[in-house]
Ligand binder design. Structure first.
Ligand code: CP3
Length: 347
């Protein structure tokens, strides 16, 4: 049998000498080759729905850097679009969607298994990647977690404090809960289909989990993650799942055990030492270098990368950033991070 891939070993709970590494948004605007392919596609959504070009941009950072994992090129907002929401991107600003603010908006959305027809090109990209990736590279599929997806569907755009979603959950819990249940059920269908198409791992992005506190965190971040993970494990027991309740703070503690996740991704608002003592005690963790090091580089990057590798060295760890790489990053700094993690930097 071929030796198991490093990411799969870490996700199974193995402590490796050198952590495997990949990077959130590794296919992105900091890479000239990404910008060229995106220009060829026309716009961002056309790129997401073009299996040939989406495969190409997914492979670009693997060719350039040899990351241990490739993440499917798509977006968490393709699912709301598949449910019937209008979606477009405004250059320099971000996503825009038709809003769900009352029962009559919710009633227009489709059902959980209706999403597959619209998402067929994404499944084709997964199949292409499963065939094209080097043997040692793990293919990660993904979806947004229900709370994060709901924040965009309710506000119709990104918001600094997710106030429109909080308002709906407090003032109209029946509509809010119905929306959460629909996103939860369709996310299970979407991720199961990605796995069937060849994704070896799936990741759930709850980018706005940090704005949920106390009981609301339990109810709208932890519980939906648990439902999705439980359903996926029933269908695909051998597919590891990474959960990313970003900026969860103390709520990172026990999250893997409570939800059944195989790995918890940690943002950089907590220290690696804290995360090792409080989260890695339960299993694999992923993270957590601040993205700004990809802009600033230098000895500061080397020192912080070493601190993180060392802090997590006594347990299973996948090295990553605490959030996505930004368009102003220097591709040379990505190489410096990888060399530092893989101990090929000598100074
Ligand atoms: O990580 C990867 O390389 C895989 C692809 C991926 C994208 N988006 C591509 C993308 C993934 C995993 C996502 C997840 C995503 N999308 C999240 C969760 C993770 C996070 O960053 O918190 C969220 C909240 C979104 C929604 C979204 N998509 C926003 C708010 C924006 C605009 C902001 C921005 O960076 O421009 C996007 C656009 C987007 N998604 C880009 C990429 C490469 C940039 C689009 C471009 O090329 O112009």
């Amino acid at each position: 049998m071929a030796e198991q891939k490093k990411i799969m070993r870490a996700l199974a709970g193995e402590t490796l000498d050198t952590p495997p590494i990949w990077m959130m948004r590794q296919a992105g605007r900091y890479l000239p080759e990404y910008k060229a392919t995106r220009a060829q596609a026309g716009d961002f959504l056309s790129l997401c729905y073009n299996p040939e070009l989406a495969t190409e941009v997914t492979l670009q950072p693997i060719r350039r850097y040899g990351f241990d994992a490739a993440i499917l090129f798509a977006d968490i907002l393709l699912l709301p679009q598949a449910l019937g929401a209008d979606l477009w991107f405004v250059t320099g600003e971000g996503p825009r969607l038709s809003t769900v603010t009352q029962q009559s908006d919710f009633a227009k959305l489709k059902g959980p298994t209706d999403v597959h027809e619209h998402l067929a090109p994404v499944y084709q990209t997964v199949r292409n990647l499963a065939a094209a990736l080097p043997n040692e590279t793990t293919l990660i599929g993904f979806a947004g977690a229900p709370w994060t997806v709901a924040t965009y569907m309710i506000a119709g755009q990104g918001t600094p404090d997710q106030a429109p979603a909080h308002k709906l959950r407090v003032e109209n819990p029946a509509t809010f809960d119905a929306l959460m249940d629909l996103i939860t059920a369709s996310t299970i269908e979407y991720l199961a289909m990605q796995i069937e198409a060849g994704a070896e791992v799936v990741k759930l992005f709850d980018s706005w989990a940090g704005s949920l506190k106390g009981d609301a965190f339990q109810k709208y971040s932890l519980e939906p993650a648990k439902k999705i993970i439980t359903a996926l494990k029933a269908r695909h027991p051998n597919t590891p799942i990474i959960a990313f309740p970003r900026e969860a703070g103390d709520n990172y503690i026990g999250f893997a055990k409570a939800t059944g996740a195989d790995c918890v991704a940690i943002d950089n608002s907590v220290s690696a030492e804290w995360a090792a003592a409080n989260v890695q005690v339960d299993g694999c963790v992923q993270g957590n270098l601040a993205s700004r090091h990809m802009v600033t580089g230098g000895q500061d990057l080397i020192d912080e990368t070493r601190t993180i590798v060392k802090a997590f060295s006594k347990g299973p760890h996948i090295f990553n950033l605490g959030h996505g790489i930004t368009p102003d990053a220097d591709p040379k700094n990505v190489q410096l991070m990888i060399d530092t993690v893989r101990k090929t930097t000598t100074d």
